[in-house]
Ligand binder design. Sequence first.
Ligand code: SF4
Length: 270
Amino acid sequence: MLQFNNVMEVFKLLDKSNCRKCNEKTCLAFAAAVYKGKKQINECPVVSDKVASGYGIRKNQADLYQEELENTVKKFGEELSRIDFETAAERIGGVFDGNKLTLKIMGKNFSLDTDGKIYTDIHVNSWVLVSVFRYIINCKGASVEGDWVPFRELAGGRARYRLFAQQCEKPMKRLADKHPDLLADMADLFSDGKVSDQYQSDIAVILSPLPLVPMLICYWKAEDGMASSLNLFFDVTAEGNIGIEGVYILGAGITQMFEKLALQHGRSTG
Ligand code: SF4
């Protein structure tokens, strides 16, 4: 099976029309994404199936998604098999019916049975799935206090804030700048109708990505020469419940989920 050795090898296979059907701004950006493994060569419609298959690309996105989830399940399988679902359900705000442990993830049902099979109403990405598994295994079960703090004010948040801002707040702000109605749409989809008036922001949405780890997104529009800004806040108990790494992974997963939803609804994330 052929492998790409550099970006230009990918670029040579494209028609350089920058038509954007691959959801990248240019053919060169698409080539870079393929070389880094973020996109598959067959996501460009001008590349023939014959050429794409030479690079081992036969799987469609649904297959890749399924494979990614299965790999994540495998990775956590042993630890999950040691968990008593009944006591876990009480600890983490879930429900156990004798076979399946069910949690509300962003207001939708997410279930895991005792054989490790997932049933979900929500299109989770692997980051979100990792967050859910870590939550089931590690969450301490502290109740939400309703006291919101920014990521950098969590005990371990300062050291990781630069990465968090890069992976979560900046991309989410870009989405909100470009599509001011996006957060409102996400609130309609996922927030159980809960909207906060915290911090006099223009838009404030409370999401519940995990039952005991809510997330508050506050967005301030650009005004009077001041740039727009967006901050994510977590309940003061978040770090104690899932650890700072868990909070970071959750933020990154939700950001990726929003970016993907924006693309699916015809909105560019660039
Ligand atoms: S779909 Fe193909 S031709 Fe169009 S911009 Fe993307 S890489 Fe270029």
